[in-house]
Design a protein around this ligand. Sequence first.
Ligand code: KIV
Length: 295
Amino acid sequence: MSTPAPVSTGAPAAARKKVTTLTFRQKKERGEVITMLTAYDYPTALAMDKAGVDSILVGDSLGMVVLGYENTLPVTMEEMLHHCRAVARGAKTALLVGDMPFMSYQVSVEEAVRNAGRFLQQGGMDAVKLEGGRERADAIRAITGAGIPVMGHIGLTPQSVHQLGGFRAQGKTTAAAKRLVEDALLLEEAGCFSIVLESVPARLAALISKRLSIPTIGIGAGAGCDGQVLVTHDLLGLFERFTPKFVKKYANLHAEMQRAFADYIEDVETRRFPAPEHTVEMDDREWEGLLKELG
Ligand code: KIV
């Protein structure tokens, strides 16, 4: 029998210290890249934590890749908190970031602080993420003022899909790029510990990363960011509707799931499953006793 290939697990989970916002800052200072992935459930978070990922984002991409919505706009606080709790039960080492859903931080600064607090109190998260640039500075100041770490998110901000005219790359003109640089600096000044840069030109993301002292986490923003994040369902090939150009697929689990389900259906229909090894047996004497009882 061949020995299975060893699985790369980074540093053993037991040996790793809890990743904090300070770890993020130190990694940037040391020039070490930060790894982040999205998760929405317990087993995925457990596997990621064991693999040694630095940070797990419970993204509102939940709405599209798990709940089947057209975009992220319908996702509610309750849905986010439900999935945050599952992830928090699975991951003990990674820095856990909860994504604030549409309309949970835009209406007022007070609501933003209250909802951000729920991610820590009721969701088991270590930090929150919210989308937007200068228009979010007040909310970010208030949330960080309450002791809650905030990750910013600029560039393609999916909650503004209708305003942006679709899921399209941002910052491609001089004016748009300058605005993104200004926004990044403002978010740093407002207190963010890190900023996601989504779908922006690689050289713009690299320039922003150099100008900030907080780490940038790129998605579709090239290799010049301080860290990288991907939506796990894209990476695993679990989300079939579309795959953004910037995704590298490490598996094709949708096809693998479909094959397993088809095999199960065939086994049941041909009565190959359940086999004796999947079946609970009863002692012969007990069985005879039952038949006697029943007459
Ligand atoms: O919701 C999400 O998964 C995200 C990532 C794409 C950064 O915001």
